[in-house]
Write a protein of this length. Structure first.
Length: 170
């Protein structure tokens, strides 16, 4: 989940947190960005059209796009009917197991944690398939970000960039 770091009523940073309120953050949606205001429990986008350059507006939109890609990338997949985390730590562990499984068809993980209270063994073939599924999922998130980046880069008007809704375009 995303958390906004608020300083003096303004979003100073957006970080990934496990629980609401971690590190003093305020939970926020993917589209909230640095520079937004926060008051009365609500976020508000800055009025950037009047004072920002095209480059500045694009930079803010790219930041929003990056956060959306990362949220999708780390949002998990359904693998063989079971939710499988795709956060960077899980992907790293699966990658290490993937290498071992490729080298040794007898390799297995006796207790892989799928979710709280749900453990199951993974054999080499399943580990390889899970690694391939995570890799494809992550790559598709980057491919979508690249396509939307190209659309943004083709824009020449600030109002067009501001009107580009990352959430609905994703």
């Amino acid at each position: 989940m995303l958390g906004a770091v608020i300083r003096n009523g303004e979003v100073a940073n957006i970080i990934i947190v496990e629980r609401p309120g971690d590190f003093g953050t305020v939970p926020c949606a993917d589209h909230v960005g640095i520079g937004w205001t926060y008051a009365g429990g609500k976020f508000a986008a800055p009025d950037t059209a009047s004072s920002s350059t095209l480059a500045e507006v694009l930079a803010a939109k790219f930041s929003e796009l990056d956060r959306k890609r990362r949220a999708v990338e780390e949002g998990g997949i359904i693998f063989n009917g079971v939710p499988l985390k795709t956060d960077r730590q899980t992907a790293s562990i699966i990658t290490a197991a993937y290498v071992k499984a490729k080298e040794n068809p007898a390799f297995q993980i006796p207790n892989w944690k799928f979710s709280d209270g749900v453990f199951a063994p993974l054999d080499a073939a399943t580990i390889i398939a899970a690694g391939d599924a995570i890799s494809a999922h992550v790559q598709s998130a980057f491919d979508r970000e690249a396509a939307l980046t190209a659309e943004l880069l083709a824009m020449t008007e600030i109002d067009d960039v501001l009107a580009f809704d990352v959430q609905s375009e994703w």
